[in-house]
Write a protein that binds this ligand. Structure first.
Ligand code: NAP
Length: 291
């Protein structure tokens, strides 16, 4: 069994981007600038946004963090996004999800200019991804593809089971794994909370991507020998032994699954860092495209 080390691969990706930024500086060109919008004070969202801003600093991008109150009106948030759309210095815009209930995710996503939509959630970018055209690919599935590529895993002809069908992880993941190319060329089954015989589907899978948000859902007896298991889940579970008061749990029961796998991602240190690395790649691309 080999660990797919997200910290290592994300560091390599960020190192590569740092060199590219240095090159832009040498050429007197504009450096990437990411605007991150954080509404409210959700602990997990705070952590994710802080990690994204830190990655910008490490690579040499500019970043602007816009913190907004929980009770900001939808119209006000949309007008802030419109201002960012018009700002020529901003290359990428991300609005950290989830948003408070009174704000429509859909309206927010649709307001971000597709050319600055570095999360790849705008319908224009999703459509381009589905058609296999050049676009911004949502950061988590993109990060997983980068990791498979880094470890030179040949996925051609594999049976893949994706657990979860969200617009940000499961659905784009299923599309990318089914696309022509490597990684890709898989036969993909996308599953959700109404799927029957999920354990059986998993047992036949060469690759399982678990993105459902239920800690340790995938157990050893659901995985065949030699499978590749990608654990997207991050759930905070109370843990009095930790300083923070919580531990991060994946959707895979590592202790029983890992011994059966050819490759597996740990939590933390797997998909999480790759998501950030992929976002950084998208931001670089936005800067190059927009200038
Ligand atoms: N590592 C990272 O960087 C990263 C990034 C994003 C998300 N995440 C984590 O990944 C997990 C999933 O995130 P998400 O945003 O995709 O979640 P989500 O929007 O809540 O979607 C969860 C999906 O799982 C499905 N599901 C729920 N229970 C199931 C069950 N018992 N069997 C099969 N499918 C089931 C749901 O089915 P229905 O559609 O039928 O409801 C839904 O499609 C969360 O833990 C999240 O924190 C991690």
């Amino acid at each position: 069994m080999q660990i797919l080390d997200g910290l290592l691969v994300s560091k390599a990706t960020k190192d590569e981007l740092r060199l590219k930024v240095a090159q832009l500086v040498t050429e007197g060109k504009k450096i990437p600038h990411l605007a991150a919008v954080l509404v409210g004070t959700n602990g997990a969202s705070e952590t994710y946004v802080a990690a994204k801003v830190k990655a910008c600093q490490e690579i040499g991008y500019k970043s602007t963090l816009i913190r907004l109150e929980d009770d900001i009106s939808e119209n006000k948030l949309l007008s802030i996004i419109e201002d960012l759309n018009l700002d020529p210095d901003i290359d990428g815009i991300l609005v950290q999800l989830p948003l408070p209930k009174h704000i429509s995710d859909e309206k927010v996503i649709n307001t971000i200019l597709p050319s600055k939509d570095v999360d790849g959630f705008h319908p224009v970018n999703v459509g381009r991804m589905v058609q296999g055209l050049d676009t911004f690919i949502p950061a988590t599935p993109y990060g997983i593809m980068l990791m498979l590529e880094h470890y030179r895993i040949n996925t051609k002809g594999m049976q893949a089971v994706v657990i979860g069908r969200s617009n940000i992880v499961g659905r784009p993941m299923s599309i990318l794994l089914s696309q022509s190319g490597n990684p890709g060329n898989c036969t993909v089954t996308i599953t959700h909370s109404h799927t029957k015989n999920l354990p059986e589907l998993c047992r036949n899978a060469d690759i399982i991507v678990a993105a459902l948000g239920i800690p340790e859902f995938v157990k050893g007896d659901m995985v065949k020998d030699g499978a590749i298991v990608i654990d997207v889940g991050i759930t905070r579970v109370p843990d009095a032994t930790k300083k923070s008061g919580f531990a991060l749990k994946g959707d895979v029961e590592f202790a029983t699954v890992a011994p059966k796998c050819s490759f597996i991602t740990p939590v933390p240190g797997g998909v999480g860092p790759m998501t950030i690395a992929a976002l950084m790649k998208n931001t670089f691309k936005a800067c190059v495209n927009n200038n």
